[in-house]
Write a protein that binds this ligand. Structure first.
Ligand SMILES: *Cc1c(COP(=O)(O)O)cnc(C)c1O
Length: 368
């Protein structure tokens, strides 16, 4: 095995990823450069059409990030100071930060055995100030949306789906992540299942009014070049990134397929190790997350053997002392933070690298 960035098994391998799709990607970005099409041009339009189709919704807007997809959804709904928005602590910090940045107060509930929002905990968190709920679908696992939508309807609350990690994921009812809420939010950060070569995101919806509002807010409130109707932000998706996403979207299924193969190999190899709690579902398209008691020791052993792992939040966010962060007691979220570790799961992994990871993890538990 060759070393990549000093690792025998890197968490991601962008160099190899580029080599795989080099011809198509080079054609795409050269074409954009030659046309000089940088801001809100045809590649963005094309991507928006594809995103709306893929997520089963009427409208899609390309944005600079998943964070702004969440933030602009909240702003378009008029959520701000004095309002409360319910979400989880077991997410990427952007979900909670987006609520805070509107002036509203994030209210955090615990997660369930699927590591996503425990819908049973939601009603107790609703107060007279609650305006919205942001369920976070994580790594291919969706929140129980039927039940959550019923609760939201009963209490007259908006639902904004954080589907940043769940493009093209369906629940057991066959319905897409991002297709339930007033909006669905996606991230195309490089390491997401559909990744750009930088920052990118998108938001999808059926409601025309919300669509028009987010359109305005993403581009300084400009309705046309000549007419500005409100203050907004610059949250546009770069045309160059859109061109790259259009290429990569064509390979989404093959990326997922390889990741599924890697997951199955790991699952099979770790099944006889009682100390390892396998991921809550068989295949994952984002991260391969296992739970172990001696997490830090396992990270160390793998690091010593040049295997790059990630612990996304070694301490739960609501226990990190982040300024203005609520600090409720969320026992399962806190436990997960102590136990989770993500093993390398990228479509560029070869069988030799996968076998090496398996061998080292098994050795840690005295299994040869
Ligand atoms: C990645 C991610 C975000 C933020 O997306 P960016 O594009 O990085 O701004 C939000 N929520 C979740 C669950 C994510 O995984």
């Amino acid at each position: 095995m060759e070393k990549i960035r000093g690792w025998l098994v890197p968490f991601v391998d962008w160099g190899l990823h580029y080599q795989k799709y080099k011809e198509e990607l080079d054609n795409a970005w050269k074409n954009v450069m030659e046309r000089g099409d940088y801001i809100m041009r045809s590649d963005v339009e094309e991507f928006e059409k594809k995103l709306a189709n893929l997520s089963g919704r009427k409208y899609a807007i390309g944005l600079n990030s998943g964070t702004d997809a969440l933030f602009l959804s909240l702003k378009a709904l008029g959520i701000g100071e004095g309002d409360e928005v319910i979400t989880v602590s077991h997410t990427f910090i952007a979900t909670i930060a987006a609520i805070y940045q509107t002036g509203a107060t994030p209210v955090l509930v615990d997660v369930n055995e699927n590591y996503v929002m425990d819908v049973n905990k939601v009603e107790d968190a609703i107060t007279s100030k609650t305006k919205a709920i942001i369920p976070v679908h994580l790594g291919g696992r969706m929140v129980e949306m039927d039940r959550l939508m019923m609760i939201a309807e009963k209490h007259n609350l908006f639902v904004i789906e954080d589907a940043c990690q769940c493009l093209n994921v369906k629940d057991t009812k066959g319905r897409m992540a991002g297709s339930y809420g007033i909006t669905g939010c996606f991230s195309f950060y490089p390491s997401k299942v559909l990744g750009s070569c930088g920052d990118a995101g998108g938001v999808v919806m059926d409601n025309e009014e919300i669509y028009n509002k987010i359109r305005l807010l993403q581009d300084h409130g400009r309705k046309t070049k000549e007419e500005t109707v409100c203050f907004g932000w610059n949250s546009r998706l770069d045309n160059l990134q859109a061109a790259i996403l259009n290429v990569k979207l064509g390979h989404l299924l093959e990326v997922c397929k390889r990741k599924e193969e890697v997951c199955r190999k790991y699952n099979k190899a770790f099944r006889d190790i009682p100390e390892i709690i396998l991921p809550p579902q068989e295949v994952m398209h984002e991260n391969y997350v296992i739970r172990v008691e001696k997490r830090n020791e396992l990270v160390q052993l793998l690091t010593d053997n040049l295997i790059e792992t990630q612990v996304h939040e070694p301490v739960a966010y609501h226990k990190q002392g982040i300024e203005c962060m609520p600090e409720p007691s969320l026992p399962f979220t806190e436990r997960l933070a102590n136990e989770v570790i993500s093993l390398p799961l990228n479509p560029e992994l070869n069988d030799e690298q996968i076998d090496y990871v398996i061998k080292k993890v098994r050795e840690f538990y005295g299994k040869i």
